[in-house]
Structure formats: C-alpha cells, structure tokens
Design a protein around this ligand. Structure first.
Ligand code: 8Y4
Length: 276
C-alpha cells in the first residue's frame, strides 16, 4: 500500500515514515517544547524542526485542550497567518493547518499551507469539504467523541476500534461525495479525544484494523495523557515513552506521526523502518 501523498502544488511526500512537527501558534499551549508567540520565534522553532527531519509542520492557532476557551476567526487567523507567510519565504516544507474553521483553512491555504488537519473530520464547518475539494488539498479526518469541553466526561464505547473506524470511513465517504480525491484522505483515530486510557491502548493495539482500509493513517500520541496515566510522568518528562508509542504506531501501520520531538522520533522511526 502506498504511503505517498500528492500535494496540490505538485510536491509529494516520500514513502518513509513521515514526521509531522507540531508548531503551536497559541499563547496558552499545553506543551510545545518552548513558547513562540511571535512569528519570528515560531519561524526559528520551525526551521529547527525541519533541520531535525520534519516532513511536514502542523500549525495550530486554537488550543484543543479540555476546557480551553474558543478562539474567534480573526484571532485564530492573526495567530497562524503571519507564521505561514514567514515560513513560506524560508522553506517549501509542506504545512498543515490545524483548524476546524473553513475561513481559517481557506486563508491558510491561500497563504501557502498545503494540508487541512480537521479534528472534527469535516463536521465543524459546513463548507470545509468543498474547500478541500476546490483546493485539491489533502485532509486529515480525526475521530473525536464529544467536544473538547466535555470529551473526557466518561466516554463510553462498545468496541472502540470498530466505532472509530466506522466513523472515519463514513466521513471519508462523505469527503469523496464532496469531490475530495480518495488519495487525499488521511485517517486519524484521535488519541485522547473522548477516550479513556483503555480505549487509547486498544486503538493503538488494533491500529492495523484502521490501516486495512487503504487510507494513510496519522497518529498523534506525543506527550499525551495516556503516558501520564501509565507512568505518572509530567508532560516535560514524556519524551522517551512518546517515541516508544510512535514506533509502536508505525509498526501497526501509521505512516505519519504527529510529534513534538522531531529529532528523536525521526531517528527512532528511521531505525524501525530500516529493520522492517
Ligand atoms: C501534551 C501536549 C499533551 C499536547 C497533550 C497534547 C491531534 C491533533 C491535537 C491528533 C490530529 C495534543 C490538533 C492535542 N492532537 N490533530 N491535534 N491528531 N490530527 N495534546 O492526535 O497534542 S492537539
């Protein structure tokens, strides 16, 4: 199964495991290995991630941590657009825009972003699917149960993998019905988004079931609470278990890993890929 993703610009991803570096453009971020509110600081951080082997950078202007406050469209744009514009002058690395707002995604794509990372899987804005189709932009469809404000209030599933997979395939069919090409769709089980520790563990063990449908799979487990739950470590101490989970996800079919720690994850994935 191919792991390459063509981009509208004619750029294409290589077939090794891809590392997506997280570039938070929020003043209230959970953890991002250093704050960079000013575009110049974000640029420096981004260029370091590129040097460290990032294949793509994910820019977000809205914090999705449980209980975080909503951000207006102009505020979200003011956070991400200057960084995209600046980065576009220094690098042609593919950029993904982490937003569920169509207006923000449109402005980001116009400023030079390549990919839409939508944690609502095209359910957050009525026009997001049309935008992706119009721009021929790859979309990441992520599963979430509930909303960031309430998603961790006792999430319950029968078979979590089947339910997540069923939802993602439904949204993939919806995307295709709106004219988004099949090879532009990336599936993501959404670790930590309305899932208990046991749900997250089962999803990771059963990731091959999600991969089996042929779409590329993206996994974001970097420094997330499942590590805190298992090991009792604070976010700043979760590097090594994050890399361990990234390698596990890769072995189970994840082609793209969304991470804070690009250099370490790159090394670990390249090693794993050399063996497989
Ligand atoms: C420490 C730092 C602990 C950050 C937790 C976190 C995903 C995502 C997020 C994901 C996709 C996060 C925007 C949550 N997670 N997008 N976004 N997949 N596609 N928490 O798993 O990183 S934000």
């Amino acid at each position: 199964m191919s792991n390459t993703i063509p981009l509208a610009s004619g750029k294409a991803f290589p077939s090794r495991p891809l590392v997506m570096g997280i570039l938070n453009c929020t003043p209230d971020s959970f953890f991002d290995g250093g704050r960079h509110d000013r575009p110049e600081d974000a640029l420096r951080f981004a260029l370091q991630m590129i040097e460290d082997g990032a294949d793509v950078l994910d820019l977000g202007g809205e914090s999705t941590r449980p209980g975080s406050r909503a951000v207006s469209v102009p505020e979200e744009m003011a956070r991400v657009l200057p960084v995209i514009e600046l980065l576009r002058r220094h690098s042609d690395v593919p950029l993904s825009i982490d937003t569920s707002k169509e207006e923000v995604a449109r402005a980001a794509l116009n400023a030079g972003a390549d990919i839409i990372n939508d944690i609502t899987a095209l359910t957050g804005s009525p026009k997001m699917a049309e935008l992706a189709a119009e721009k021929n932009a790859p979309v990441i469809l992520m599963h979430m149960r509930g909303l960031p404000q309430n998603m961790q209030d006792n999430p319950a599933y029968g078979n979590v993998t089947e339910e997540v997979c069923g939802y993602l395939l439904e949204q993939a069919r919806f995307a295709e019905s709106k004219g988004i090409a099949r090879d532009k769709i990336i599936l993501d089980p959404g670790f930590g988004f309305g899932k208990t520790f046991a749900h997250n563990c089962r999803l990771l063990r059963e990731l091959p079931q999600i991969r089996a449908h042929g779409y590329p799979v993206l996994v974001g487990v970097s420094r997330k609470s499942m590590i805190g739950h298992a090991l009792g470590l604070e976010k700043e101490d979760r590097l090594i278990p994050s890399v361990a989970l990234a390698v596990m996800a890769f072995e189970r079919g994840a082609g793209i890993l969304r991470v804070h720690d690009v250099k370490e994850t790159r090394q670990a994935l390249d090693m794993a890929a050399a063996v497989i």
